[in-house]
Structure formats: structure tokens, C-alpha cells
Design a protein around this ligand. Structure first.
Ligand SMILES: Nc1ncnc2c1ncn2[C@@H]1O[C@H](COP(=O)(O)OP(=O)(O)O)[C@@H](O)[C@H]1O
Ligand SMILES: [Mg+2]
Length: 279
């Protein structure tokens, strides 16, 4: 690996239109490690990733990649820098009309004039790394959810990027496929030393498997940044709920609609019963 790029987030404030989704975001995602961004659904994890990959501009603050300020670069350098990032999107984001192999090769065929035989060789190599070398000529619809995510990972890695970003690589997978995905990310960490791996998750089991460094988002802010052991020992009530998978007791107040009158219930059940009797 020729590059070793740390991601630095400096006092970021970002969101959509007039809505602030995250603020006061200052953190370092070190090279050579797996950093996991953890937080509740809708908390802004994907939004933060979109900004790191340069798809959206923060309201204020900076994103430095290997010391370079992403949003102050001239157009050509900005595009080059963006290509240093491999991204596994939440659903794998494979194109249904292309084969798995064509999907994985896309970042190469789009940007280079490499001969097809060489592209094929690289594609088969990357597919082999995720256990899918025999599926190059299948279509995404012929693959399971876990296989599609693995193919998405092969595509994210096809250009040997120094930075790999994964959005919920294990969500929606059964526990075995999820553990397989965790193993693959650990495998990539060993195979590509120096690569900066960032994974977004709300899956504590996966975090415990893979994380060297954890960033927890809550109420628009970072509520924890550090190692896994520090997180496990935390006494913060929000973090404890996340770690112990506990919800605060939900209160519906004293809404009168919480009770349904016996009369209404009786009429409803009689109507349903007579409907069933009529067949
Ligand atoms: N394109 C968008 N335009 C406006 N609001 C958005 C957009 N995408 C996401 N949001 C809002 O931003 C918030 C954070 O979303 P997201 O980053 O997807 O959360 P997470 O990935 O943590 O589940 C949510 O309230 C969501 O509704
Ligand atoms: Mg998301």
C-alpha cells in the first residue's frame, strides 16, 4: 500500500437545507485501523459518510484526508482524492443489468483504458478475496443479500483505495452472514496494512468483533470517541442503553385512546364473527 491516509474531521457542522444533522464534530479516524461510527437510526451516520466521500459539503468545518482539505482542493485534485476512497453502500448498490464481475470492474472500466483481460484478472482476484470468484458471471439478483454486500466490498476495493468506507455492512444480514462480513473486514485490515477502514453500524455485536476505534453519535454530537474497552466500561446512560440493548421505558402519557370501550370492541368482534360465519 503506497498511501496511508488518516481522516480528520475538524469542527464539522453539516445537514440538509436549514436542518443541522451533526455539529461540533471533531475526530480522527486513524490509518491502519477499523473505526466504527455508531449511533441510532436517523442519527446522521450515512450523512457523515456522504460528506467524507465528498458527495455533500459541510455547512462549516473541514475534512482532511491524509492532511489534504477535501473541500478546498481544485476540481481535478478533488476528483482524484475522491477516487482514493472505496465505498460499500448500505444496500451494496450493484447495477442489476450488469453481471457481478462487470459491477466490480466498473471503477476500472469507467476511468481507464485497461484491456478487458486485465480488468477481468483484477476483478476475479477481488471477488476471490470475498469468496465470490465463481460468481463473476452471475447477476446481482441471483445472489443472497450477504453475497451482494460482499460483491459491493469487492467493488469498493477494486482500485486498491487507501480509504475504505462501509455503510452498515452487516445490517439486514443473518448472524452468520454478518459474522462473515466482520471477518472479511478484519481480513482486509491484515491484507492491506495502512488502509483506513471506516464502518458505520448500529450493530453492537459487529462493533465488538471489528472495532479498534469507536465514534458514537447522539443528539447531533459525538458522545464517545476512543477504544472499545473504554466504551464497554462507560457509565453514560445513553451508551449503556446501546451496549446493553435496553430501551428507556416508553411513556404514552394519559392519552384516552389507550383504552377502547367494551361496547366498541363488542360491536367490532360481532361484525367480524358474522362476516366469518357468512364465509
Ligand atoms: N437527502 C436528504 N435530505 C434531507 N434530509 C435527509 C436526507 N438524507 C437523510 N436525511 C435526514 O437526515 C437525518 C440523518 O439521516 P441518516 O444520515 O440517513 O441517518 P443514519 O444513517 O444514522 O440512519 C435523518 O433525519 C434523515 O431523515
Ligand atoms: Mg444510514
Amino acid at each position: 500500500m503506497r498511501y496511508s491516509w488518516t481522516i480528520e474531521l475538524q469542527d464539522l457542522r453539516l445537514g440538509y437545507g436549514d436542518t443541522v444533522i451533526l455539529e461540533n464534530i471533531t475526530a480522527t479516524l486513524p490509518a491502519g485501523c477499523i473505526s466504527v461510527i455508531l449511533g441510532a437510526s436517523g442519527g446522521g451516520k450515512s450523512t457523515l459518510l456522504r460528506h467524507i466521500i465528498g458527495l455533500a459539503r459541510p455547512f462549516s468545518g473541514k475534512i482532511l484526508l491524509g492532511g489534504k482539505d477535501l473541500f478546498s482542493l481544485p476540481g481535478k485534485e478533488f476528483r482524484l482524492l475522491r477516487r482514493r476512497m472505496g465505498v460499500l453502500f448500505q444496500d451494496g448498490a450493484l447495477l442489476g443489468a450488469l453481471t457481478v464481475g462487470e459491477n466490480v470492474g466498473l471503477p476500472l472500466t469507467e476511468h481507464t483504458d485497461l484491456p478487458p483481460s486485465l480488468v477481468r484478472e483484477v476483478v476475479l482476484h477481488k471477488l476471490a478475496l470475498v469468496g465470490l470468484a465463481d460468481f463473476a458471471d452471475h447477476y446481482p439478483s441471483e445472489l443472497s443479500g450477504g453475497m451482494r454486500k460482499r460483491a459491493g466490498l469487492a467493488r469498493a476495493l477494486v482500485t486498491d483505495p487507501p480509504i475504505l468506507l462501509c455503510d452498515e455492512p452487516t445490517s439486514g444480514l443473518d448472524p452468520v452472514s454478518a459474522a462473515q462480513m466482520d471477518d472479511l473486514l478484519l481480513d482486509m485490515k491484515c491484507r492491506f496494512p495502512g488502509m483506513t477502514i471506516v464502518s458505520v453500524s448500529h450493530d453492537m455485536a459487529s462493533v465488538r468483533n471489528i472495532a479498534d476505534h469507536v465514534l458514537v453519535l447522539h443528539k447531533k454530537n459525538i458522545v464517545y470517541a476512543g477504544g472499545l474497552s473504554g466504551l464497554e466500561e462507560s457509565a453514560d446512560p445513553y451508551l449503556r442503553r446501546f451496549l446493553d440493548r435496553k430501551a428507556p421505558r416508553y411513556s404514552f402519557g394519559d392519552d384516552p385512546r389507550l383504552t377502547l370501550s367494551e361496547e366498541t370492541q363488542k360491536i367490532m368482534h360481532q361484525a367480524l364473527d358474522s362476516r366469518l360465519e357468512r364465509g
